[in-house]
Design a binder for this molecule. Sequence first.
Ligand code: AP5
Length: 215
Amino acid sequence: MNVILLGPPGCGKGTQAGWLRTEIGMRHLSSGDLLRRHTADGTDLGREAAAYMSAGKLVPDQLVVAVVLAEIAADPRGEFLLDGFPRTVAQADSLATAFCAYNLELTAAFVIDTPDEVIEARISGRRQCPDGHVYHVEHDPPQRRGVCDHDGKRLKQRDDDRADVVRERLAIYHADTSPLIAYYERRGLLHRVDGTLAPTEVSAQIRARLGVAAR
Ligand code: AP5
């Protein structure tokens, strides 16, 4: 299986990807995590991307496509769970070309429908460890406050989770990323799930559509 998770910032793509990775054993590829790793490592690409990310803008297609396709090319045996990529029609076309070259097929694209007002509340309570494990202070708290259950690292608030930046990210989602809903619908691959449900219920909907049971 190869699956895309689409939806506005904070709709729960990373949360669902974490569970699917653990429960189904898919290979999680998050473009945001990959870019943040470049930034933390101080690469040229990371420095260039950081300016766009902290302003809530999309990183230019050629940079993101290079980062994600390099990960796919490194081990193109499939079982990819793409989180946050593609985010523009140009990125979706590049992904389709790469999949064709590696003889991979896309199984489904899930859009996690979540209204803007729910997003703003969620993002303000998000805490994340440097390795990308995601929590929410109310809906999904760690066992020990401020500490990751998985690796014991300190949880932090992301720089781009400020209210003004979140509003910019939402506007960009509606303008540049939401056309992908029609793109995948036309290809018969789109599934909508209700992102206002509890994380466990969202996950149950995704698993049911993929025809897989929880381990
Ligand atoms: P990225 O890291 O991809 O961020 P995003 O898409 O904006 O999404 P988020 O990570 O903010 O949210 P999420 O949907 O994963 O939600 P989460 O599970 O954390 O991208 C960051 C930046 O990188 C972009 O702005 C851009 O600059 C750049 N970038 C990345 N990819 C790019 C691309 N392809 N092209 C160009 N630029 C790119 O959940 C949020 C919170 O809600 C958590 O606290 C969680 O615990 C909680 N929660 C989750 N689900 C539920 C639920 N069902 N009920 C209640 N709470 C919930």
